[in-house]
Design a protein around this ligand. Structure first.
Ligand SMILES: [Zn+2]
Length: 308
């Protein structure tokens, strides 16, 4: 049988693989390829699925749902997005207008019916893997939350050194006209009572990235007591919080050098210069995060984060 050939314009159905242990326990959702050019999730998930089927991973309690490829159109195109970024402004639509809204109509109910989410991603630059977790416990209007300790323990068990937080409040402050655009899988999950982390496993094509993703899947199952694997020790040694996003106003706004995520900066150090000549300096000692070398006006130019 030959491999099926799919057309990105008529993507295949979303494949969901669910294993339910005979003893009750947490419902864990593991996602790959929310962004289509990030193959580490699909690779690691398919390996883990084979391992559960073959008994190498023994599921003792709860249920795990694997979605190897969330965004099939983007995956088939090997592009980050199909029609737009699925991980922004995530919501259901009665009348979906594009690929991502159709995917969201399948994804949102899935998120609502699980207790925890491991969302596997990778990035364009080269650098250390890291994990994104949510806010402190709070009852504020933006992202109320009550599971911060459990979520951060989950994040710390996955096997990476760096924990980054502060996404939605920083995004909403930087893009006050569009705070909902900061809502992706993890924010949606928290709103519906779950806990959720995004694991950035490394460079898109680094052969180490699927290994990071696979280890995280096994660690997640073990952390929640769902598998027979030993419970992993907390591995996070560095905790960083996003504090500010600088938004490009002109396509000529430019970084002063080819920054990489987690490069250190000192307070007052120039990070970028606007087309107008205005210097954008680091407001505090910390790190440059998500530097954008080719920003479009209105997009993020860079974020600043500080040690927690
Ligand atoms: Zn991604």
């Amino acid at each position: 049988m030959s491999d099926p050939v799919f057309d990105p314009a008529a993507p295949p159905p979303m494949e969901l693989i669910r294993f339910s242990a005979l003893s009750p326990g947490p419902r864990l959702l593991i996602l790959g390829a929310v962004h289509g050019n990030e193959p580490c999730g699909p690779t690691a998930i398919r390996r883990a699925v084979d391992d559960v089927r073959g008994g190498t991973i023994r599921l003792l309690r709860g249920a795990v749902t694997f979605v190897p490829v969330v965004n099939a159109k983007a995956f088939l195109q090997n592009t980050r997005e199909g029609d737009r970024n699925l991980n922004r402004d995530l919501h259901e639509s009665v009348i979906p207008r594009d690929n991502e809204e159709r995917v969201a109509n399948l994804l949102c109910p899935l998120l609502r019916t699980h207790d925890a989410l491991l969302d596997l991603h990778s990035f364009k630059s080269h650098g250390e893997p890291f994990v994104f977790a949510g806010p402190d416990n709070n009852s504020g209007p933006l992202e109320p939350f009550a599971l911060a300790d459990a979520e951060q323990a989950f994040a710390a068990a996955l096997g990476v050194d760096t924990l980054l937080r502060g996404w939605l409040d920083t995004y909403a402050a930087g893009f006050p006209d569009h705070p909902t655009h900061g809502v992706g899988t993890t924010e949606y999950m928290r709103y519906h009572g779950g806990m959720a982390v995004t694991l950035e496993c490394g460079n898109h094509l680094d052969p180490a990235s699927p290994e990071v993703a696979y280890a995280a899947i096994r660690n997640a199952l073990a952390h929640f007591g769902m598998s027979a694997d030993p419970v992993p020790a907390p591995g996070v040694t560095r905790r960083i919080r996003l504090t500010k996003v600088f938004v490009a106003e002109d396509a000529g706004d430019a970084l002063v050098k080819p920054w990489r995520t987690f490069d250190r900066v000192t307070a007052g150090e120039p990070v970028a210069v606007r087309a107008s000549g205005e210097i954008l300096a680091a407001p505090a000692d910390g790190y440059v995060i998500f530097p954008n070398a080719a920003p479009t006006p209105g997009a993020s130019l860079f974020y600043i984060a500080v040690d927690e």
